[in-house]
Design a protein around this ligand. Sequence first.
Ligand code: GAP
Length: 467
Amino acid sequence: MSKESPTLETIVSLAKRRGFIYPSSEIYGGFPGVYDFGPYGAELASNIRRAWWKAMVQEEVNIVGLDSSIFTNPKVWEASGHVSGFSDPLVECRACNTRSRADHLLEAIDVVADEKISLEEINALFDAHRKQIVCPNCGKKDFTEVRRFNLLVQSNLGNFANDWTKEPTYLRGETCQGIYINFKNVVDTVRVKIPFGIAQIGKAFRNEIAPRQYIFRKREFEQMEMQMFTRPEEAMTIYEVWRQKRWKFYLDLGFKEENLKWHEHENLVFYAKAAWDIEYRFPFGFKELEGIHARGDYDLTQHQTHSGVDLSYPDEASGTRFVPHIVETSVGVDRTFLAVLTEFYDEDELGGETRTVLRLPVALAPIKAAVFPLLKNKPELVAKAEEVFAVLKKEFMCEFDDNGNIGKRYRRQDEIGTPFCVTIDFDTLGETPELKDTVTLRHRDTGEQERLSISEVVERIRQASIY
Ligand code: GAP
């Protein structure tokens, strides 16, 4: 594997070793499809959210944010079509009872079964290839028929009956439904005019049949979704604008263009006007990172019909009303996280030693600067370093480290992607009078060091952190 393409094992090992990602409930043997972010992972995930929010809300003039609840009236999921149709094709191995996604097993032998295929069609396709399809767990070729399995996660929230499964509530399967059901609230309370967007970041839950490829496909995950409400006639122009903007988002973050690819959905759901994915070159190949969809007026029409509330919008010019069309951009925090670790992982040689380095953009780095006293056993150095740390931590996520030799401290910070290390030495204390109150600033990517005043260091980090 070239150093631009770390293996999944390499990423998993670094993420565990350095406190980015832990398997959920590890002391109880784990819990499939669920992971926890460790201290550096929580910071990285939060910086990913912040970068997205900045690009999608802060820097846009016509997009507002929202934070809707995970639980809704269950009617929302009936109106959206999730209760009846949000399912994946499931097969079970008769030998070991492992459940797999039929479309994934077909994909493994290079047979495409797109997401809109009917149950009859996928059964016919599966039957035609049964002899080649092996169980990923036991290697046998003995499967049941394909059946549909609904992905909505059910709950008894607010239902105290023993047979609550007859009237379940649902944990949201996607965050955008919370946006659609608040469309009227936003129009009525905030000064927005079509075309405008509502953006939201939050958890979503899906009973994925076979969660796999680490944090790529989880059962509890997080989405960053933006829904743009448009006039019918301008929807496709706005759609093209958003395709370009979302592509640029990754380039602006520092992704190499050759690691991104467009994928057009050919077999669209009946209401969709267009659907493209941005795929990323994950360690297991190009796979969907983000979806950009032109959804027509389906979503608001469905909620209007099921709720009985008018969700149309006035056209001032003609005096008529119309149901807005929707352009959606949707990406997972977790998939972006995995793409970021993959994209910026590197191994190189520095000072005659091989090192692992995460070349994260400064804006995404969990720790912006690490502060080191040159020696741990010199109280005057430690005191001065604590003083510098107190200044820096007011503005940035910083770490103080006085453990081990400086080289080891640098390597540790390189592995978690810290772009700057600040060392306090005897010159800082005034041993060389003209260098008093200056520190060394060491750059992660090159290992180069420069001598700067503390206020210059603050300004350097501030400027570098702007994304
Ligand atoms: N509202 C549209 C929607 O939810 P989707 O293609 O099902 O569309 C959008 O999901 C994005 O959410 C995906 O491109 C992916 O980044 C993320 N995503 C979906 N399912 C996921 C899962 N099980 N685990 C992690 N991320 C997931």
